[in-house]
Design a protein around this ligand. Structure first.
Ligand code: UDP
Ligand code: MG
Length: 324
């Protein structure tokens, strides 16, 4: 069962994490050392930190950890590209160096020791191992309920997702290879990874509170991610517009009959209200329709541009290999 030749690369996105990065390096190093000692992974396994354009001293700290700890390596983005792109960037750069890949946030909210179980599941033959939050009592009620709502909505829209699984997961090399061939922008990994297939399983852990620093996912970014998730996987909003159109046409037909009736037998001045109603109603639904079409058109526009999803400015991983 045990194959100690497999190289594990733990990809850790970090954006303005200067307060917790040291602790993060220590904890994750402990776990990786344990795995190496147990001969579950090879000695060349690494922690690959992805500095996603932090404005604080996260990168400087990472350079010094890299010097003193042979398990630590890092890449530095030229600016902030966002969490999902940081993960993709890390996996892209790590691809040639590893056999097993795990992504985990730098803030230690996910239990680093669950990594051991993930690696064991990998040797049992699973290509994808999702870290699933058994309890998330530490998250605010607001975050929990909006997340619950989002998972329900996504499954109603027919998007395969593992509930309560975020971006803490193990992927085998062949899954990462497939993942990297998904060249779309506005990545939503939680939807894409299940879409790839291959045998998968879950590892359960309880999500902790963020000890230091603050969330980099304010409401604005949460909504952005959810919206990307919905519009990159489903045409349902567009179909909804179609039904809205059919509905408003039906209503306006009824209004037509009603207004004509009023015109012939009633008081025409009273027709003002129905006129106003239909103008507002049709105008409103057209605007919604336009907005949703615009969203898809925007996605097409972004994808045709084929801009890079991330830009690496410094790469300690490659440097390390060149020097060796
Ligand atoms: N992160 C990133 N780029 C960003 C925002 C966040 O690399 O633009 C990293 C962040 O450093 C952390 C992870 O993504 O390691 C998850 O962010 P956070 O913990 O703030 O999100 P939350 O757990 O509150 O959803
Ligand atoms: Mg967090």
């Amino acid at each position: 069962m045990v194959n100690h030749c497999k190289r594990l690369i733990v990809v850790v996105p970090a954006y303005n994490e200067s307060q917790i990065i040291k602790k993060s390096v220590t904890k994750l190093s402990e776990v990786l050392k344990h795995l190496i000692d147990q001969q579950l992974v090879s000695k060349e396994s690494k922690l690959l930190f992805v500095n996603d354009g932090s404005e604080d001293d996260t990168w400087d700290q990472l350079i010094s950890f890299h010097k003193e700890n042979s398990l630590v390596t890092a890449i530095n983005f030229s600016r902030n590209f966002g969490h999902q792109n940081a993960i993709i960037g890390g996996l892209t750069e790590a691809y040639d160096y590893g056999d097993i890949f795990i992504t985990i946030d730098a803030d230690l909210q996910d239990d680093p020791w669950a990594i051991v179980e993930m690696v064991k599941s990998y040797y049992e033959g699973f290509d994808v191992v999702y870290g699933v939050r058994e309890s998330r009592t530490t998250d605010t009620l607001f975050k929990r309920s909006t997340a619950g709502l989002f998972y329900t909505l996504m499954s109603k829209l027919g998007v395969k997702m593992v509930p309560e699984a975020a971006d803490f997961r193990l992927t085998s090399k062949r899954v990462v290879k497939q993942l990297l061939s998904y060249s779309e922008r506005n990545l939503f990994l939680r939807g894409i990874v299940p879409d790839i297939g291959f045998p998968s399983t879950n590892v359960y852990y309880s999500r902790k509170e963020r000890e230091l620093g603050e969330t980099k996912y304010p409401l604005r970014k949460m909504i952005g991610l959810a919206w990307d998730g919905i519009t990159s996987f489903s045409m349902a909003p567009m179909r909804f517009v179609l039904f809205l159109g059919i509905f408003s046409l039906t209503v306006s037909f009824i209004m037509l009959v009603y207004t004509l009736g009023q015109h012939i037998w009633g008081d025409t001045v009273r027709g003002w209200s129905s006129l106003m109603l239909s103008i507002w109603f049709i105008g409103g639904s057209q605007l919604i329709g336009l907005a949703i079409f615009g969203e898809y058109l925007g996605k097409v526009f972004n994808n045709t541009k084929q801009r890079p999803r991330f830009i690496v400015q410094d790469n300690l991983l490659k440097e390390g290999q060149d020097n060796a």
